[in-house]
Design a protein. Sequence first.
Length: 299
Amino acid sequence: MTEIQKYLAEEVGEDLADGIITRREAVRRLGLLGVTGAAATGLIATFTAAPAAAAEPSKATNHGKRSSEETSWAPVARESITFPGPRGPLMAAWAPAVKPRGGVLVIHENRGLTEHIRTVAGRLAASGYSALALDLLSEEGGTGAFPDEAAVAAALAAIPPERFDEDMKASVSELKRRVRRKKLAAIGFCFGGAMVWRLLAAGEPRLAAAAPFYGPFPEGGNLKDSRAAVLGVYGGLDTRVNASIPAAKAALEAARLKHELLTFTEADHAFFNDTGARFNAHAATEVWRRALDWFDEAD
């Protein structure tokens, strides 16, 4: 089982433990991921045996900026686009800002390029950052080609991780073409957070900033070829992903990258997704403000 397959299987176990899916559905999803028999039983037992412990509170820095202007705001409409990739056309949602301060690559969760992720791209554009939300299942016909989110996760698990790296780099090239002479950043959620870490470790030097949300740091990841300022976002109740924080911190320090590892102590994994069971409105509002400020402050 690859590192990514293990992560996706653990996501199923966590959804079961939190009551989001039934045991029967968990077994079905694990089967789609190739985890069966004793391996599936053991994983389910691990996640249902004991509740997760909350992380210790940590200090957070307020980077907020205030304005006295009166404005109206709504997510920008998204356009479905294709552009050249390493092996064929890549699919994405594109949301252009009227006067972009930069461009942001958006990487989806293990549910694929959903309407929620498309809306995130639209929100970024409305806030001044043209956004390109990549569909990492482009070669398979896109997220819409699959019957449900379990099939999407199974398809993602079957893809060699190096293909994700190549597709994301091609997406940075497309973003740079569409947002000329502006700084570029990347943001990703859950599985997408792990992908943003991978992109940084794959030697992508064109990003000025990155914000991986509750994504595990890749084993042996080295950030020496990155120049991005990194805002790592975590939920305090998400002990599984938080176990990789020391590795992320060590890699960031070794590469001498500007960084902040920000933990919302009362929030859980996937707390930013307002369509999910773990949504935390207060944490989601605050992290959105901080992420935009982080992109603004990046060189």
